[in-house]
Ligand binder design. Structure first.
Ligand SMILES: C[S@@+](CC[C@H](N)C(=O)[O-])C[C@H]1O[C@@H](n2cnc3c(N)ncnc32)[C@H](O)[C@@H]1O
Length: 288
């Protein structure tokens, strides 16, 4: 749907990465219990709306399917055409006329789209891909696109400074009991393990995910850590597309101060049994 965008943008993700990322069995797709939290918030946001319009920041097929299932027209915006196309292929509602895509930069949304056109904007940790110095600009753009009282519903991970740090043994126990799954273990190593300082730059709030993956890869090879066979395959897939990924993770109080400029916090949704949701909840925010 190039007609939605004014500007052409360069490719940020290779086709190979997009194909790997679109393999949902082997990816960091939101889990069913997490999707229930999105659904809980989105149902409230769309209640009583006629012909609701939802934007998804990124190509996340599960969020796009959810919005369409709840009756909304859904426009997914990502800078990468490859991601939009590949992720559309794995959608349940890929051929639905309500399923729209546009290539665009989240930092320029307000230049590309009409203000106040969306009832809700959904994202799965999308802003964790944006350099911290642009967080405010991204939030301002989202605020501008929402209708009055519109909802921004996003998983977003923050840094909890006081959370205790784990060693390998504790993390293995958490993995074995399901408190941490294979992909969140990678995030955990970068933030809440004894090794986190090697990967987390406090000045830029950036976690070098590729380095965490390398450390875990070494542990797996040296049998210091054990994944089951299926998770091992998923991890191999992650290695293909996440080696150069950086995550931007600000302290929770910095995030709260920023979002409060534009939004009120309606909910901070978590699934109790998933430890990672302590620091990566689904935020239900309402436009101020
Ligand atoms: C790690 S992936 C996100 C994955 C997504 N949550 C999912 O379910 O697949 C990061 C995505 O963010 C996109 N992206 C990063 N910065 C962007 C920006 N400023 N504007 C638009 N898309 C951006 C990339 O093109 C890529 O598709």
């Amino acid at each position: 749907m190039e007609k939605h965008t004014k500007i052409g943008l360069g490719r940020s993700w290779s086709q190979k990465a997009a194909a790997s990322r679109a393999n949902r069995k082997a990816s960091s797709a939101p889990l069913p219990l997490e999707l229930k939290k999105y659904e809980f918030a989105l149902r409230q946001a769309l209640k009583g709306k006629r012909s609701p319009k939802v934007m998804v920041l990124g190509a996340t097929p599960e969020l796009r399917d959810l919005a369409i299932r709840l009756g909304a027209t859904c426009l997914a915006v990502d800078i990468s055409q490859d991601m939009l196309v590949k992720m559309s292929e794995v959608m349940k509602y890929k051929n639905d006329p309500k399923n729209l895509i546009a290539r665009g930069d989240w930092l320029k949304l307000a230049e590309i789209f009409k203000s106040g056109g969306f009832d809700a904007i959904l994202a799965d940790a999308s802003l964790n891909n944006v350099p911290y110095k642009f967080y405010d600009l991204a939030l301002k753009n989202i605020w501008q696109l929402l209708k009055p009282g519109g909802a921004f519903i996003t998983r977003h991970f923050v840094y909890l400074f006081d959370k205790p740090k784990d060693g390998i043994e504790e993390m293995q126990k958490k993995y074995d009991s399901g408190r941490l799954n294979w992909v969140w273990l990678v995030v955990h190593i970068g933030s809440y393990s004894h090794w986190h300082q090697q990967f987390y730059n406090r000045k830029t709030n950036t976690y070098l995910v590729g380095r965490g993956i390398k450390l875990l890869d070494g542990w797996l090879k040296n049998k210091k850590f054990k994944f089951n066979k299926s998770d091992l395959e998923k991890f191999e897939n992650l290695k293909l597309h996440a080696g150069n990924v950086n995550h931007v993770v600000a302290a929770e109080n910095e995030w709260l101060a920023l979002i409060k400029k534009y939004f009120t916090i309606k909910d901070r949704l978590v699934v109790q049994k998933y430890e990672w949701m302590e620091y990566a909840p689904v935020w239900h925010l309402r436009k101020k």
